[in-house]
Design a protein around this ligand. Sequence first.
Ligand code: CTP
Ligand code: MG
Length: 163
Amino acid sequence: MIPAYIPNPVAAVTGGGTPVDCGRRWRDGIRIFGDGKTFRGLFGGVTAGILAGFLLLLLEGHLGISIHTPLSVVLLAAGALLGDLVKSFVKRRLRKERGEQWLIADQYDLVAGALVLCVLVDPAWVAARITPLVLLWILLITPLLHRGANIIGYLAGVKDVPW
Ligand code: CTP
Ligand code: MG
């Protein structure tokens, strides 16, 4: 899941500038995604996730194991921030402010986005690699990693809130 875990924290560092919705509003009069989703965050985050994934592929080559493929790396990295974007879209429709806490959704958006994109584009990889035990591990460690990374981001000053 490393290619899916890297994009969010990197987006918090590279983010800023033009928001993905370009300031536009949905028909309910509220922003489509809000100022927390920017092009710089999206591209910086996905690029970093893909780079991390390719390092992982090199490491796997050295160790003689094969878990990832170039395709799975790209799908996990892009899916993570697409999930985050969909989460923010729903969050705005529920009248939740940018940065407001939304338990479960804030933690699992990247997992859902990454795995859904993999299932849609490369179901054979999911069937081979995401066993029930792997999925259980993902569900257990994701909230811990999410919380830990956000506390570090908050202390480092790149996040306004520690969640
Ligand atoms: N970020 C970004 N572009 C993205 C994702 C994140 O620029 N596609 C940056 C923003 O600066 C954002 C920060 O990373 O504030 C933290 O991301 P996140 O917690 O997902 O955003 P929130 O500000 O909490 O917004 P939302 O309520 O929409 O989740
Ligand atoms: Mg948030």
